[in-house]
Design a protein around this ligand. Sequence first.
Ligand code: CTP
Ligand code: MG
Length: 181
Amino acid sequence: MGPVEIVVIALWFMLPAYIPNNVAVLVGGGPPIDGGRHYRGSRLLGDGKTWRGLFGGVVAGFLLALALNAIEPTATASVGFDLPRFSMTAMISLPLGALLGDIGASFIKRRLGAERGASMPGLDQLDLVVGSLGLTALFSWGWVTATINLWILLAILLITPLLHLITNWIAYLIGVKDVPW
Ligand code: CTP
Ligand code: MG
């Protein structure tokens, strides 16, 4: 397995987990998931975690996984190695896990006294990996081990923080995000 194959499979595999955060930024707003509740003096999650963002993100990730499965045979034929096919469980657990990881990160940030939008390097970038891979491994361990190996996992851990930085800068520059992180 060469480096190109490793990186391409890592990206393909993670696309349904990457897109939910970006879609949540675009469609977010409305009632917060924590309903405005506080816990020990700070908001439970904060106004940055909304139902609309959660549902919109999961639906977008699911639809993207469906689309990737549809184009997989053509894409596999053109790259010359097997691209992943998403199981029905993974189509839901990858986007849902990514956003649950993001929600978990906000919970931790509020407990540490960080306001909404404050950056917390490390946590911000890897919450979605831990959430999406964790939830998917929990529900579909067989599919995960049959689809990725340790090299691909390593690539995911390296690529994700980079993509996160780049997409947040773009979101900031085009004005959909208030801060570039
Ligand atoms: N968003 C949302 N619902 C979610 C996740 C994100 O509506 N479940 C939207 C919110 O408008 C949020 C924006 O996407 O402000 C950016 O997401 P994120 O960076 O995760 O939230 P922050 O505002 O930075 O808040 P936090 O400090 O809690 O991460
Ligand atoms: Mg943020």
